[in-house]
Design a protein around this ligand. Structure first.
Ligand code: PLP
Ligand code: COI
Length: 362
């Protein structure tokens, strides 16, 4: 049975002028819309009491399990306004399916994909005036998340779980926009090993990445690159993005899945690159291959991708004792630009969505 969602409108929504001012330059993840969606799960009643209410602080018991054992999962997706005013999301059923996989890994209950999509759509509908217009590639970033909300200090799966969706207007994730990134290769910290949580979108992975990200910033870099746990040789992903390497012969390599997040942008890029006639390999990719390939000119472009980052060029890889910069240190390389354009043209409704990726909300 699908969820009934009730809506109690905010008594003090932001004025239209305020919203317009935020949408002019939304930044990333700092301003939230007027409402939030919340659903409760208990073993006896399953998912119930789905409600949209005014956005505001939660009241949590200090013993709430997520605060201690980080039993939580989340998603990141965006709503895009097309030129005709309609509002769409990109492959929301993939986010829903990934949350199911993450939930299994974190011993959280399954929220049915149809209910996930309906919850997201319902919040977007209520807060539709917060979806920016298409100019400048702005969007409404959507953050569905699920957490252990039982107040209990024993270590076992929570018997009270909360699912929420919040929304935040977004511009570019990186202040430099499309300026190529400088990446820091961490050789001290890893992100996920075999049997770990690397493929799950859960806060613990991000908590564990922060000290490495701090190290990256201390070295003047934008993001950190993680290598595999077992050998410390193979590129996994960045703190919040997947990676792509373009060879001079037009072939493309992306690290295989297993211990990395199965990015929805990553998988879309595989389809877009195939459609353009490029060979795409998903395989283990050694950091030495990166260093040597870029230095010899065999690798011509490197880029990162994700919902927040879209497609962002990579200029330099830096490590303790050296660095290597590719051809595209000043601006994105030609294929990076093309793939980015193909993707955003579909997301903003400027190109035909031959893949069935777009989901109309309004
Ligand atoms: N890898 C990590 C660690 C991420 O946080 C993200 C962002 O969600 C991605 C990859 C890219 O995934 P997606 O394209 O689904 O946003
Ligand atoms: C996203 O791209 O949606 C993420 O969750 C990653 C984070 C860097 C914001």
């Amino acid at each position: 049975m699908s969820l009934e969602i009730t809506t109690t409108p905010s008594a003090s929504p932001r004025s239209d002028e305020d919203v317009a001012r935020v949408l002019e330059d939304p930044g990333f993840g700092t301003t939230f819309t007027d409402h939030m969606l919340q659903v409760t799960w208990t073993p006896d009643d399953g998912w119930h009491d789905a409600r949209i209410t005014a956005y505001g602080p939660l009241s949590l018991d200090p013993a709430t399990a997520v605060l201690h054992y980080a039993q939580e999962t989340f998603e990141g997706m965006k709503a895009y306004r097309h030129a005709d005013g309609s509002v769409w999301t990109f492959r929301p059923e993939e986010n829903a399916a990934r949350m199911v996989r993450s939930s299994h890994r974190l011993a959280l209950p399954v929220l049915e994909p149809d209910d996930f999509v309906r919850c997201v759509d319902a919040l977007v509908e209520v807060d539709q005036r917060w979806v920016p217009d298409a100019a400048g590639e702005k969007s409404l970033y959507l953050r569905p998340f699920m957490f252990a909300s039982e107040a209990f200090l024993g270590v076992r799966p929570s018997q009270h779980v909360t699912f929420m969706v919040i929304a935040s207007p977004a511009g570019s994730y990186f202040k430099g926009g499309l300026t190529p990134l400088r990446l820091w290769l961490t050789e001290d910290y890893t992100r996920a090993g075999r049997g770990g949580m690397g493929a799950a979108k859960t806060g613990g992975n991000y908590a564990s990445s922060l000290v490495a990200q701090q190290e990256a910033m201390a070295h003047g870099c934008d993001q950190v690159v993680f290598l595999d746990v077992a050998e410390g040789r193979y590129v996994e992903e960045l703190g919040g993005m997947n990676m792509y390497f373009v060879y001079a012969d037009g072939s493309i390599v992306t690290p295989e899945t297993g211990t990395i997040l199965e990015g929805i942008t990553r998988s879309a890029i595989i389809d877009l690159a195939h459609k353009k006639g490029h060979k795409v390999e998903e395989r283990r990719f050694g950091v030495d291959e990166w260093r040597e390939g870029v230095a010899s000119g065999e690798i011509t472009e490197v880029f990162a991708c994700g919902t927040a980052a879209v497609v962002t060029p990579v200029g330099t890889l830096q490590w303790d004792g050296g660095e290597v910069s590719g051809a595209a240190t000043e601006e994105a390389g030609p294929l990076t630009k093309e793939i980015r354009q193909d993707l955003v043209d579909i997301q903003y409704g400027r190109a035909d969505d031959g893949f069935g990726w777009m989901h109309r909300v309004l």
